[in-house]
Design a protein around this ligand. Structure first.
Ligand code: AMP
Length: 388
């Protein structure tokens, strides 16, 4: 795979596929993290006097009414502020206005094209990697840089399509993701996996792939209760994923010594934050009770299993982190990893959102939920594969 630094960008029309899929409410950007994250690659292209053509998707476009709310125009305004230079927004995804704007570009000019998913309105051209569309977009540039890790697990016209027709390389953001995630291919040991979140069924692929490589798999969150039920415990009204019971039974049988489950939990009777909770051992859950976080003894058990870890990957929170009371287990374990300098990769599902206060302190917090999850399942990411 080429590196951006291997490419001569001078005076070239460089298409950068960014991830500008930011939350926008009434035309205002609520969180510009993803725009800020794209600056390193854009600045590098500016320093090397490229003509910069930016593309990104925003939200989903299924019908006419999705167009206005997924208009990329506010991103051009914010990006211009951050770069302190003009960013010309072209409100179309094809046609003469776009082509003429590109034809008259000077080095260091920046154009942002309209949301690539506007092409999904008729025939899902972007999302189904329509051949003609990928070829057309590629014809607008000389070089392609993919810096959108969040869509790397999908073959779209704006990543795979364009890359098929142009000299291509990953941007700095994707490179950083790959460096971190690739360290799991041949991991240092002990390699420990922490899994939480809601459903076992969402994580079967991850468990099946990582249980072979990891020394231990620590399980918390809602998914722990399906494992506990498979072991014969009463789990009350806790989240249970009945379709995955058989999978849990089998994996517990085969890898009994690798799987670490909670031994106590924070129990309540209502799925709200108002109710008081009790901490109970897992053999004492009543029929009307549900577990919403791990308990203190479990935290100790998890810490004990992590103390010598050389690398940790963590997917999914250990409790209902949206309620601050049930975020305690997740927070405390994060603090333990950070305070003990344990090399930790956070990725997939809601763990990065739950770990907001620790994002800067961990070794790597991945930006691509779905892409990271598929990577952890051992799947090939087409948006990366095509760059090879
Ligand atoms: P994921 O997207 O797989 O990371 O799942 C995150 C979701 O799992 C969050 O919305 C959490 O509230 C939820 N979750 C974590 N622990 C529990 C639990 N014990 N009971 C119910 N939901 C949980």
């Amino acid at each position: 795979m080429k590196n951006i630094k291997d490419l001569n960008l001078e005076n070239k029309k460089v298409i950068i596929r960014c991830d500008f899929n930011v939350p926008i409410k009434e035309g205002k950007i609520i969180d510009d993290t993803r725009i800020v994250a794209s600056l390193q690659t854009i600045n590098y292209c500016l320093e090397h006097h490229a003509k910069i053509i930016l593309m990104s998707h925003l939200g989903r476009v299924k019908e006419e009414s999705d167009l206005a709310k997924n208009d990329l125009a506010p991103v051009a305004v914010r990006l211009a502020e951050l770069l302190n230079r003009p960013v010309k927004f072209i409100p179309q995804t094809r046609g003469s206005a776009l082509e003429e704007a590109i034809a008259t570009m000077n080095p260091q000019d920046i154009i942002l094209m309209q949301n690539t998913r506007y092409e999904d309105l008729e025939g899902k051209k972007e999302s189904s990697n329509d051949e003609e569309l990928g070829k057309y977009w590629a014809s607008l540039g000389d070089i392609f840089i993919n810096d959108a890790f969040g869509t790397a697990h999908r073959a779209h016209a704006s990543n795979v399509g364009i890359a098929t027709h142009l000299p291509s390389a990953p941007g700095f953001l994707i490179e950083k993701e790959l460096t971190a995630l690739n360290s799991l291919n041949d991991p240092e040991h002990p390699f420990i996996v922490i899994l939480g979140g809601a459903k076992v069924s969402d994580k079967i692929g991850v468990i099946a792939n990582l249980v072979k490589k990891a020394d231990k798999i620590i399980i918390g969150g809602g998914m722990a209760f399906t494992f506990l039920k498979a072991q014969g415990y009463e789990t009350g009204t806790s989240l249970i994923d009945s379709d995955s019971l058989e999978f849990c039974t089998n994996i517990l049988k085969e890898y009994a010594n690798k799987i670490i489950l909670p031994i106590d939990v924070a129990i309540t009777t209502e799925f709200t934050e108002k109710e008081e909770y009790k901490v109970k051992p897992i053999n004492d859950i009543l029929q009307n009770e549900m577990g919403l976080d791990i308990g203190p003894k479990t935290l100790e058990l998890f810490e004990e299993n992590l103390k010598d870890a050389k690398i940790v990957v963590w997917n999914g929170p250990l409790g209902v982190y949206e309620f601050s009371k049930y975020k305690v287990g997740t927070d405390k374990l994060l603090a333990y990893l950070v305070n003990n300098n344990i090399k930790t990769i956070l990725g997939g599902g809601d763990i990065v959102a739950a770990a907001n206060n620790y994002k800067e302190q961990v070794y790597h917090a991945s930006t691509g939920g779905g892409a990271t999850l598929e990577y952890l399942e051992g799947k090939i990411l087409p948006g990366i594969e095509v760059l090879k």
